[in-house]
Ligand binder design. Structure first.
Ligand SMILES: C[S@@+](CC[C@H](N)C(=O)[O-])C[C@H]1O[C@@H](n2cnc3c(N)ncnc32)[C@H](O)[C@@H]1O
Length: 380
């Protein structure tokens, strides 16, 4: 059986081969930080279970260490309070609320952030503390502050970071408020996603500094953005290649909702093929156009439901070809989505890396191509 050090070296070598690790210092961090100190016991999804169920994988199980050094996200908490040790027999259903992000994504994001020793870095979403320890190894304890919202998760991370031999500044609190005491920061990295850029970040990161964060929303679509702060309260940036998603920062979560009941409304033909919003970037465009709507359904049968206003839109194949949409409620969701999807299609249906974002004190706007291209305001 392989030791932890052997498995770490093998993972770092594989991440170097595939181009994730290009900097020998970050490779050194990956070879040094023992991920098992941070994940502890974790959950494994039960294949085919609906709703999804999880079984705990514990230290002592033959697959435990091997699983930790495969390049995947490990779920460490469900529903905000269920930990693997709470499941004494069998499996449990729930929704992931804390995890150790897959090592390749953590290391890629550290590279994309372009953080260097000597810079002050703020991390939002300590989680298990694994990414924090990697950052502390490379940047030095004095240069890194990390904020975790959940006190139980944060306390466990603090113990793990200490056990690994690091001592960055760790804070329990709402990372969307940033850290006024530690400002100015040169870099901010978030490993939870947001619906819009929190205003405090735009004042705590110094002009010229960078913010790396996943923008997502209640429609479950995401894009990873790298912004440069241009002045107090202002920033501009672009979305990066790839397919990155993170759990939503807790205060930006969709409000709880009852079970969906589809209600009658006004029917008309749809001007777009609804399947367009079932793709990675198509769903993102729909979310930009209808930011309060949750998206359900698949293919031509899409459902948008805005819990805050009770508005609904649902599409279906039409009887004579084409598609229909039924809408009800004060926000005509499909009326917003159609022109957005058409603008995106007119631009050649590009991936998010063709999109950018401009943030000012009064407005946060995501656009295609250039700042004066088609765009949508984020719900600040
Ligand atoms: C994907 S996990 C972070 C993974 C972590 N970087 C790692 O390597 O293990 C996201 C974390 O963000 C935390 N979180 C959610 N909302 C937050 C907020 N407003 N401020 C700080 N942390 C938050 C969650 O509790 C969760 O632990």
């Amino acid at each position: 059986m392989n030791t932890s050090a052997q498995l770490r070296a093998a993972l770092a070598a594989s991440l170097t081969r595939d181009g994730t690790l290009t900097d020998p210092h970050w490779r050194g961090a990956a070879e040094t930080v023992p991920r098992e100190l941070f994940t502890g016991n974790y959950f494994e999804q039960v294949p085919g279970s609906v709703p999804t169920r999880y079984r705990p994988v514990r230290q002592g199980d033959s697959e435990w260490l091997q699983g930790i050094y495969t390049d995947r996200t490990l779920i460490t908490q469900l529903d905000g309070n269920i930990r693997p040790n709470d499941v004494t027999d069998g499996t449990v259903a729930g929704s992931p609320s804390s995890s150790s992000t897959l090592p390749s994504l953590v290391l890629r994001m550290w590279r994309q952030l372009d953080a260097r020793p000597g810079q002050q870095v703020l991390e939002i979403g300590t989680g298990t503390g694994y990414s924090t320890a990697l950052g502390a190894h490379r940047l030095g304890d004095d240069n890194l502050t990390s904020i975790e919202y959940d006190p139980v998760v944060g306390d466990a991370a603090a113990a793990a970071v200490k056990a690994a031999g690091y001592a960055p500044r760790l804070i329990i609190g709402d990372g969307l408020r940033g850290d006024p005491e530690g400002q100015p920061y040169d870099r901010l990295i978030a490993t939870c996603s947001v619906r819009y850029i929190p205003i405090p970040w735009l004042h705590q990161v110094a002009p010229g500094g960078k913010i790396l964060v996943t923008l997502s929303g209640w429609g479950y679509a995401s894009g990873l953005a790298l912004l440069t702060v241009t002045g107090p309260g202002a920033a501009t940036g672009r979305f990066l290649p790839g397919y990155t998603s993170f759990m939503m920062a807790r205060p930006h979560d969709r409000p709880p909702r009852p079970t969906l009941v589809l209600l009658p409304g006004e029917e008309r033909p749809s001007r777009i093929d609804p399947a367009a919003i079932g793709t990675w970037t198509g769903s993102w465009v729909a979310q930009l156009a209808a930011p309060s709507a949750e998206r359900m359904g698949a293919g031509a049968e899409q459902i948008l439901w805005d819990v805050s206003s009770g508005s609904q839109a649902r599409t279906a194949p039409g009887p004579d070809g084409g598609w229909t949409v039924v809408q009800r409620g004060p926000v005509r969701l499909w009326d917003h989505v159609e022109p957005a999807v058409r603008s995106w299609q007119a631009a050649g249906e590009p991936h998010q890396e063709a999109f950018g974002i401009t943030v000012s004190a009064s407005r946060q706007r995501v656009w295609i191509g250039t700042e004066d291209g088609p765009g949508w305001d984020l719900p600040i």
